[in-house]
Design a protein around this ligand. Structure first.
Ligand code: 2AM
Ligand code: CA
Length: 256
């Protein structure tokens, strides 16, 4: 099953790479973009994955694809990092998760520009291009934190900047690269140590959540034991349990 999903994802990525004449549209605000290729990639994935698992439903970013009624649910972001993709910044990825009875069992995140294929199956570890990956053991004071500033709902931006300013003296540095899926996978393979972002949607983190857990890391909302997959949520991830708890402590000063 995993190999077949990888084949379909790689085929879909050719749309991203080959069709450079895409159009950019806004979804409600100037910060929230969708390209014609987001829509094309999603349509291709839906068609092929439906064939692979006929009795499954789909929760996808584009369109109004919000069916979680079956035991098997595909959670898909056709292009995570759309604002990067639209500007030809190559930090973006196709993100596909397969959920069975409310638990993610397969996660695939593929950045075709960097030839970075992150995969995980429940209980079988996480891999980057077939090589097993593991989170770092970096302590909090040396940690690199990926975060973002709520560009989509700017009423929350002020507190995200306050949080960033507050935490900076306690850690090594911050990054904001524009793709939650890529950033979470970077934490999974030790290219960074922690992640915090307000109000992500399930398709932004579903696949990467399994990859990070299978790589030995931790991911939750501000409630340390929970990660909702049916609604937008704040996402906290870290290489160690200790760092996850410390990050939640800092974030809780600004967010409920
Ligand atoms: P996207 O690129 O698929 O749109 C950037 O900080 C991250 O936030 C990206 O992974 C982006 O996903 C995601 N994101 C969070 N909230 C969003 C929203 N309301 N609309 C679009 N993307 C959002
Ligand atoms: Ca997207």
């Amino acid at each position: 099953m995993l190999n077949k999903i990888i084949g379909i994802v790689k085929e879909a990525s050719k749309i991203m790479l080959d069709d450079t004449h895409f159009h950019i549209n806004e979804k409600g605000s100037a910060s929230n973009l969708v390209t014609t290729n987001d829509v094309r990639v999603q349509a291709f994935l839906q068609k092929e994955l439906e064939k692979l698992l006929p009795n499954s439903s789909f929760l996808c970013e584009e369109g109004d694809v919000r069916d979680t009624s079956k035991d098997y649910v595909w959670i898909i972001d056709p292009i995570d990092g759309t604002a990067n993709y639209a500007r030809h910044i190559t930090v973006c990825a196709i993100s596909v998760a397969l959920e069975y009875k409310h638990e993610i069992i397969i996660g695939v995140v593929y950045n075709p520009y960097q030839n970075a294929l992150f995969t995980a199956q429940k209980g079988e570890g996480a891999y980057l291009n077939g090589e097993k990956i593991h989170v770092s053991d970096t302590p909090f004071r040396s940690a690199l934190l990926y975060t973002a500033f709520s560009m989509y709902e700017k009423e929350y931006s002020h507190s995200t900047f306050m949080f960033a300013e507050d935490i900076l003296p306690y850690i090594n540095d911050l990054r904001r690269t524009g793709s939650a899926a890529c950033e979470l996978c970077n934490v999974a393979c030790g290219r960074g140590d922690m992640f915090f972002e307000l109000k992500l949607y399930p398709w932004d983190y579903a696949a990467a959540s399994l990859i990070i857990k299978e790589a030995g890391g931790y991911i939750s909302c501000l409630d340390v034991n929970t990660l909702p997959l049916e609604r937008p949520t704040t996402v906290v991830a870290a290489n160690t349990k200790e760092n996850q708890l410390e990050l939640i402590k800092h974030a809780s000063k600004f967010f409920k």
